[in-house]
Design a protein around this ligand. Sequence first.
Ligand code: SF4
Length: 264
Amino acid sequence: MPDVLLHSCCAPCSIMPIRLLRKNKREVSVFYYNPNIQPEAEYQRRRAVAQDYFAQIGVSLVDVGLAYNSEKWQTQVGCFGGPYPLIESASDYRQNHRQRMKRCEACYHLRLYELARVAAERGFSTITSTLLVSPYQFNGRIQEVLCQSAQAYGVQAYPKDWREHYQAATQTAREMSMYRQNYCGCAYSREEADMERAARKEQRHNVRRSYLSIDNTSALLAAHKESKILKEEPTTTVAPKASAIPRGRALVKEKHRLGKDLTC
Ligand code: SF4
């Protein structure tokens, strides 16, 4: 009798759930249903990578002939909108987060109810999802929707939080040179991921700029000190060695010690 039907969002996130379920002597089949992925070329790419991986490790893929249907996703989920940009204030953050959560919850609903329907139709006893691996998803919401959908179709849910295995999954996928996408799936999530990356880059630049400005301060101070000493003791003073100019944390400390008025 068929045992566990695992909803797979992508190959990398499927690695650890399949290993762990098999380790627990569960018989796993996989259901790939992700009309959230845009554009279609990206959907086809992720699906092909997943299919290859399942064939490689001998897991059967349950195919019920569902074609890619992003219109359905757009109608049922896309209406919650996005992208939700970053973030000028804490209230922006909370508002964005709430809106994004509503959209993602509808997305889980669409995919996991289909999973439960197919599981019941094909005689599987239990359902679960690889979405529960990702630390970027709303894990609690996935667990709730999984349990509700299982109840609606009279199957068992296995709402296991697998997030602690995310790093191992990423590492394994990297070692296998498996394609790893850099956004969740929908067009909104792609824009959100782009914005988040741009914000992180900007933050890194700001940190670098502030270090550079500290460097300038130190160099000027060293020069200032040197010229003062030269005036006072012209015959005994030599220019400070480069190694004597503080760097890293020492620079930050020095900046604090010297006070704002000396900052470039
Ligand atoms: S971010 Fe991911 S889970 Fe959320 S709506 Fe988009 S595709 Fe679905």
